[in-house]
Design a protein around this ligand. Structure first.
Ligand SMILES: Nc1ncnc2c1ncn2[C@@H]1O[C@H](COP(=O)(O)OP(=O)(O)OP(=O)(O)O)[C@@H](O)[C@H]1O
Length: 594
């Protein structure tokens, strides 16, 4: 199951865990160690002052006790404040590193492989365990200090009393088993848990909320939600009962040792071999041993959780490293295209899929061409576009740019040379200037460039209709923010793709699907003209995926994809003359408009 601990060595996980925690805040980490050590020391000798008081050494006992109480209070207050800050810093670091790793991972593999996704999701939920590594290590250190001082004091009463901690050992040894049961519970409940989140999401998102009302699904969703939660509760309850029974048995065993230790010292006191102070000291220390054992079990469990989180991190990091392994610093994309982009026997299969999404594609996209890709839903068009954008590496075969293997080119460098607009674009809820300008970060503050990109995306009217023009905040969740229609959002995404004025490759994967056919036609007409101008200088290629044949027919080259294969390639005239799939699809669409 993907949610279990990923297969990475514990040594690497432990090293990662420590380096993460150490990097969060070194100064406070050292300070915490010191404060907790002192606090543990001050707390442990408390029983000694009590014994001195009971044995008649009133002065020393009273001063010592006052110092212990005052010391523990001051140290624990300061220590907890330092630790709270330390935890905040560690959480921040975890989020920062995660954002950085996700952003730097060159392909979409992490986001689309269910095995990676499960680890990513679990890390997102459990990553905070990292934040507890140092506090719990510090706690472990303080526990060791307490164990040493408590043991010394027990020996001072009678060496046999050292057997008392042994009665607590099962409690400690069984704690990984009880936390293991907790993990099994989480694992079993993860499916209904995801279902309940999906149900909530359905009612919370605008699209879902609309259909819930339209189809009167409220009662049905509520019933499913209740049933799901009953299932989750049942799973957790049965695990809790089992863990509870194990914990209870271990505690009963300790209780036996506790009663025996006190009976032993009371008996010695009755016989005059020990003082009343010794009996009181033993009672207090025996209580402390219980606290120490349960404290150690908690520390152990926190450590194990952090180790699992660290294993997930190492796993994800390995995915990232593997994705960059093929990069060859000598493989550089030329500044202008002369031959073009070539698919050489390229196949791509999605992780865990049973068949190829693209199968053995041989194709040349000539330098300077405008290319249209057509085909039925699910044929493989978007996969082809994402391979060109370097979002996936071919499962077999090569994609070359003027002879340079794209798999060896640093994706960051390749992406500087391309621009793209997608149908499933992101909705960046920034001010309009930024939402569009981030298509070319160095120009994000250049209002003229942004306005130019909006012009090339046919979005001048949209800009004029916005209350604050380029400074309009987008998204109603923000103060003064406005929402846009689906088509308007798409125009902004398109404008983002237009920010780079001379990319080597402009990829447009149905970026105009939400716009009317006329607008799409005009835009493509305009881009084709612009591409022809660039043809001489950079040999740039413009590739458009579209279902509208009125637009497609304008392209220099049309690529027809059917059931994962490229089945026809040519100009509109050539493909019509051939009378194959393209001609058939074209006729079908033309007939429906007549
Ligand atoms: N992330 C994914 N994981 C697994 N399979 C996928 C994934 N994305 C697409 N597929 C599958 O790959 C095949 C090709 O999908 P692709 O999105 O390339 O088709 P398309 O031609 O762009 O379709 P459409 O016109 O509907 O956008 C389909 O069978 C689809 O189910």
């Amino acid at each position: 199951m993907p949610e279990t601990r990923p297969p990475v060595s514990r040594y690497r996980a432990a090293r990662t865990m420590l380096s993460f925690a150490w990097a969060a805040d070194r100064r406070r980490t050292i300070l915490s160690f010191g404060l907790l050590g002192l606090e543990a020391l001050a707390g442990s000798v408390f029983a000694l002052w009590l014994k001195l008081l009971l044995d008649g050494q009133l002065g020393l006992g009273a001063v010592g006790m006052a110092a212990s109480i005052g010391g523990v209070a001051a140290l624990s207050y300061t220590g907890s404040r330092v630790q709270a800050t330390l935890q905040d810093r560690a959480k921040h670091l975890v989020q920062l590193r995660m954002l950085d790793l996700m952003g730097r991972t060159p392909t979409l593999e992490i986001h689309e492989d269910p095995r990676h996704l499960a680890q990513l999701e679990a890390f997102r939920l459990e990553g905070h365990a990292f934040a507890n590594v140092f506090p719990s290590l510090i706690q472990a250190f303080a526990t060791v200090v307490r164990i040493v001082t408590t043991s010394l004091l027990l020996v001072s009463v009678h060496p046999l009393l050292l057997a008392l901690p042994l009665f607590g050992a099962p409690m400690l040894l069984l704690s990984p088993m009880t936390s293991g049961l907790f993990y099994v519970g989480v694992l079993r409940a993860s499916v209904p848990q995801r279902r309940s989140e999906h149900l909530l999401e359905l009612t919370a998102t605008p699209g879902g909320a609309k259909e819930v009302r339209l189809f009167r699904l409220r009662a049905e969703l509520l019933a499913r939600f209740h049933a799901t939660h009953r299932e989750i509760r049942h799973i957790h309850h049965s695990m809790q009962v089992r863990a509870g029974l194990i914990g209870l048995a271990a505690r009963v065993l300790f209780l036996v040792g506790y009663v025996a230790a006190i009976a032993f010292v009371v008996d010695r006191a009755v016989r005059g071999e020990a003082t009343v102070g010794d009996a009181a000291l033993t009672a207090v220390l025996a209580g402390q041993v219980l606290g120490l054992v349960t404290g150690s079990a908690e520390v152990l469990q926190t450590g194990l959780k952090a180790l699992v989180a660290a294993s997930r991190w190492v796993y994800l990091h390995d995915v990232f490293t593997r994705a960059r392994e093929r990069i060859d610093p000598r493989a550089v994309v030329p500044s202008r295209l002369t031959e073009g982009i070539r698919f050489e026997g390229v196949s791509y299969r999605y992780p865990l899929a049973g068949s190829d999404a693209l199968h053995e594609v041989d194709l040349l996209l000539p330098a300077g061409a405008t290319v249209a890709v057509v085909g039925d839903n699910g044929a493989g068009k978007s996969t082809l576009v994402k391979l060109l954008a370097g979002m996936y590496l071919p499962t077999s075969g090569r994609l070359t740019v003027d002879g340079v293997d794209l798999a060896e080119v640093d994706p960051d460098h390749w992406r500087l040379r391309l621009s793209a607009g997608f149908q499933d674009h992101a909705r960046f809820e920034f001010v309009v200037r930024e939402t569009v300008g981030i298509g070319d970060l160095p120009s994000v503050d250049d209002a003229d460039t942004v306005a130019g990109a909006l012009g090339r995306a046919g979005a001048v009217d949209l800009l004029q209709s916005l209350p604050d023009g380029l400074n309009t905040q987008l998204g109603t969740a923000w103060d003064g923010g406005v929402d846009l229609s689906g088509g308007q959002w798409q125009k902004l995404a398109l404008a983002r793709a237009m920010m780079r004025t001379s990319p080597l490759l402009l990829l447009l994967d149905e970026p105009t699907a939400a716009l009317d056919a006329d607008t799409e036609h005009q835009l493509f007409d305009h881009w084709t003209a612009a591409a022809r101008q660039l043809q001489q200088s950079t040999g740039a290629i413009t590739l458009l995926v579209s279902h509208r044949f009125s637009t497609v027919r304008m392209a220099d080259l049309i690529v027809v994809v059917d059931s994962s294969r490229v089945v026809e390639v040519g100009t509109h005239a050539e493909l019509m003359a051939r009378g194959g799939l393209y001609a058939e699809l074209f006729e079908l669409q033309a007939r429906s408009y007549r």
